[in-house]
Design a protein around this ligand. Structure first.
Ligand code: TNX
Length: 580
C-alpha cells in the first residue's frame, strides 16, 4: 500500500489536477453512492474571459465575513498599477509575499516586495500600536491592544492601500480583505486586462470568536495532501483559522504511527465504497501543518475513540473485545465498533498514538472523538474517556471531543464540540458549568454534509436540509441553552465524506455555505443580516468561477448575471499553489 502523495489511483487520492471527468469515472459504480459529478452544476471557469473582466466594481462593504467597521470614502478609490511595490515591515514579509503571489497572475504586474514599512502604494505595517476600532470614525484614541491577535486596519486612499496589524495573522486577514476588494477577475490564474480599482475608505476589523474552523473527514474517503492544501486555502480566504482533520474511523486509519505501524499500513488500505484509501506519512502530515501555519490556520488532529475504530481493530485484533479482529468495513453505518476499555493494552495504544500525534502537531489541540460508541456501557465509556483525556493532557495538548464526552470528568481546558440539533442539552450545559468550553457545530445548521435541497445529488439529510440561509441563520452566542457566550470558543463546519469522494464534490458542499459559517465565527452579531449577506455573497460567485472553485449555484443567492459561468464542458480544476 502506498502512502498518500505517492501515486494513488485517479479519483481516490485525486490530486487537484484530476479533472471532473476523472471524477465521474471514479464515482461510477460505488454502492450506495450516486454518481454525482455529471449532475453537479460545475462552476469551474478556469480562464477569466471578457465577461469576467467587465465584472462590477466592488464596494467597501461587500467583504465576507462582514468586517466590524466599514467607513467608505467614494472620493478615495485607488487603482493598482503595473509599477506598484509592496512595502512591508520585516516580520510581515511572508504575508506580503503571499499577497503578491495572489495578485500577480491576474494583473501580470511584477509587484516586488520591499523591506520598508513606508513609501506605498501597498504598505503592510506591523505595529504594536496599530489603531483600534474606535479610530475608524475618529472617536477615541488609537489602541493597538483593541485589534488583538487577529485584527487589522485597512486604509484605502487615492495614493494607496495600507494594512496595519499587531501580528502577522492580522496582516494576513487584512490581505485577504484587500484581495476581495479587487474586482473578481483578480482570481484568474492568467493575466486579464482590467482596471484594478480598490474602493476608498477604512475598514477596522477583528474576530468575534477565537476559534473558527472546518472539519474534513479524510477517513470515510481519503483525500491526498494536495487536496487538503486546497481546502486550507479555502478556509484562509474566509478568515477561518482551524482545520480539524478527522483522521480515523471505521473505514480507514489515515496517519502513520511508528509504534503501531499496521494502523496505517493495514488500517489505511480501505475506504467507503471499496476504493484503495490511503494515509499520510509523518512528512505528509508535517507538510499539511506547515502549509496551514503559513496561512495562519492551526491543524486539529482527531483520533476518534473508543468507537469508530474498526480500521484499527482490523490492524490490531488484540484491541478488539474478545481479541477477534473484524473484517475491513467499507459501508456507512456507525456505532458498531470499539476498542476494549477493559484491557490495559488499549491504554498503551491510546498513549502511544496520542503521544506521536501530539509530537507531530504544533497546535494546542488534540481531538479525541468520543461520538457514537453505542456498544460501550455508559460507566465504562465515562471511565475510558476520563483516562484517555488524562493521556492527552499528559502530552501537553488541550482535549477536544464531541459533546458525548460531556458526562466524563472535567480536565483542565477541555473543549466540547457540540453537534446536536436541539439546543436544549442539559448534559452539555452541565459540563460547561464544570469548566468546559464549546465549539458549535449544530448538525442542522453547520453540517456541510447535509444536502442543500432534496435534489442535491450527494450528502445526507438526517439533520434536515441545509440551504445557505439555514447555514447562516443562527447565533453561536446563544444557541445552547444555559451556555453563556463567554463559554463559546467558536464555530466549526464539519464535512463528513461518506458520499463525498472527489475534491470537486468537497468544494460543492463547502461553497457557498462555508462563508456563511465563517461569518458567524468572525463578524459582530450587529452585522448579522440575511438580505445583506446574500447580496454580499453573490459577488463571490464570479470569484470562485475565476479561481476554478466548484460551487453550488444556490437559487437563494442573487448571483450577478455574468456569473456563475457554467461551462458546457467540464473544465479541469487548476492545480493549487502549494508553496510550503
Ligand atoms: C454523525 S457527528 C457522525 C459521523 C457521521 C455523520 C454523518 C459525529 C460526531 N458523528 O460519524 O459521519 O453523523 O452526518
Amino acid at each position: 500500500m502506498s502512502p498518500s502523495g505517492a501515486a494513488a489511483p485517479a479519483g481516490v487520492a485525486a490530486s487537484a489536477d484530476a479533472g471532473p471527468s476523472a471524477d465521474v469515472a471514479a464515482d461510477a459504480g460505488l454502492p450506495g453512492v450516486p454518481a454525482p459529478a455529471a449532475e453537479l452544476a460545475r462552476v469551474a471557469a478556469s480562464r477569466a474571459d471578457g465577461a469576467l473582466a467587465a465584472a462590477a466594481p466592488v464596494r467597501l462593504d461587500d467583504v465576507v465575513p462582514a468586517p466590524e467597521r466599514v467607513v467608505p470614502d467614494p472620493a478615495a478609490d485607488f487603482t493598482l498599477s503595473a509599477d506598484a511595490v509592496l512595502r512591508v515591515s520585516p516580520a510581515g514579509r511572508d504575508v506580503a509575499e503571499q499577497l503578491a503571489a495572489w495578485l500577480r497572475p491576474a494583473t501580470g504586474f511584477p509587484l516586488p516586495v520591499a523591506d520598508a514599512p513606508e513609501g506605498g502604494p501597498l504598505t503592510l505595517t506591523l505595529s504594536p500600536a496599530a489603531p483600534g476600532p474606535e479610530a475608524a470614525t475618529g472617536s477615541g484614541e488609537p489602541d493597538g491592544a483593541a485589534l488583538g491577535d487577529e485584527g487589522y486596519r485597512l486604509d484605502v486612499t487615492a495614493d494607496g492601500v495600507r494594512i496595519t496589524a499587531v501580528n502577522p495573522a492580522g496582516l494576513f486577514h487584512g490581505a485577504q480583505t484587500l484581495r476581495q476588494l479587487l474586482p473578481a477577475p483578480i482570481e484568474s490564474p492568467t493575466a486579464v486586462a482590467a482596471r484594478w480599482a480598490v474602493p476608498g475608505g477604512t475598514i477596522v476589523d477583528r474576530p468575534r470568536f477565537p476559534y473558527r474552523g472546518a472539519m474534513l473527514d479524510v477517513a470515510r474517503h481519503f483525500f491526498g495532501v494536495e487536496d487538503v492544501l486546497r481546502v486550507v486555502d479555502h478556509l484562509a480566504r474566509y478568515k477561518l483559522n482551524h482545520l480539524h482533520l478527522h483522521l480515523t474511523d471505521d473505514q480507514g486509519w489515515r496517519i502513520a504511527v511508528d509504534s503501531w505501524p499496521r494502523l496505517a499500513e493495514v488500517g489505511g488500505a480501505t475506504e467507503v465504497g471499496g476504493g484503495p484509501g490511503g494515509w499520510y506519512t509523518r512528512d505528509d502530515y508535517r507538510r499539511i501543518v506547515a502549509y496551514a501555519a503559513r496561512r495562519h490556520v492551526t491543524v486539529v488532529p482527531e483520533i476518534d475513540l473508543p468507537g469508530h475504530t474498526n480500521a484499527a481493530l482490523v490492524a490490531y485484533p488484540e484491541l478488539a473485545p474478545g481479541k477477534i479482529g473484524p473484517p475491513p468495513y467499507t459501508g456507512t453505518e456507525v456505532g458498531f465498533s470499539y476498542v476494549d476499555p477493559a484491557d490495559e493494552r488499549t491504554y498503551d495504544f491510546v498513549a502511544d498514538v496520542v503521544g506521536e500525534v501530539a509530537a507531530l502537531t504544533p497546535g494546542p489541540w488534540l481531538h479525541l472523538g468520543g461520538d457514537e460508541a453505542f456498544k460501550v456501557p455508559a460507566d465504562s465509556y465515562r471511565a475510558f474517556v476520563a483516562r484517555a483525556q488524562r493521556l492527552v493532557a499528559a502530552t501537553g495538548k488541550t482535549v477536544v471531543g464531541w459533546h458525548q464526552l460531556a458526562p466524563a470528568e472535567h480536565v483542565d481546558g477541555r473543549v466540547l464540540q457540540w453537534w446536536g440539533t436541539n439546543g436544549d442539552d442539559p448534559e452539555t450545559a452541565d459540563a460547561v458549568r464544570r469548566g468546559a468550553r464549546l465549539i458549535l457545530s449544530p448538525g442542522n445548521h453547520a453540517y456541510l454534509d447535509m444536502k442543500y435541497a432534496p435534489d442535491t445529488p450527494i450528502g445526507h439529510d438526517w439533520a434536515g436540509l441545509i440551504d445557505v440561509r439555514r447555514a447562516y441563520e443562527w447565533d453561536p452566542g446563544t444557541h445552547v441553552r444555559g451556555v453563556p457566550a463567554e463559554a463559546v470558543l467558536g464555530v466549526e463546519a464539519p464535512l463528513w465524506t461518506e458520499s463525498v469522494s472527489t475534491p470537486a464534490e468537497v468544494e460543492y458542499m463547502l461553497f457557498p455555505r462555508l462563508p456563511a459559517v465563517a461569518e458567524l465565527g468572525w463578524s459582530p452579531r450587529e452585522t448579522h443580516d440575511w438580505s445583506r449577506f446574500r447580496s454580499r455573497l453573490a459577488g463571490h460567485g464570479p470569484r470562485w468561477a475565476a479561481a476554478g472553485i466548484t460551487f453550488h449555484p444556490s437559487p437563494e443567492i442573487p448571483w450577478p448575471s455574468t456569473a456563475p459561468h457554467i461551462p458546457t464542458q467540464p473544465t479541469p480544476t487548476p492545480t493549487p499553489t502549494t508553496t510550503p
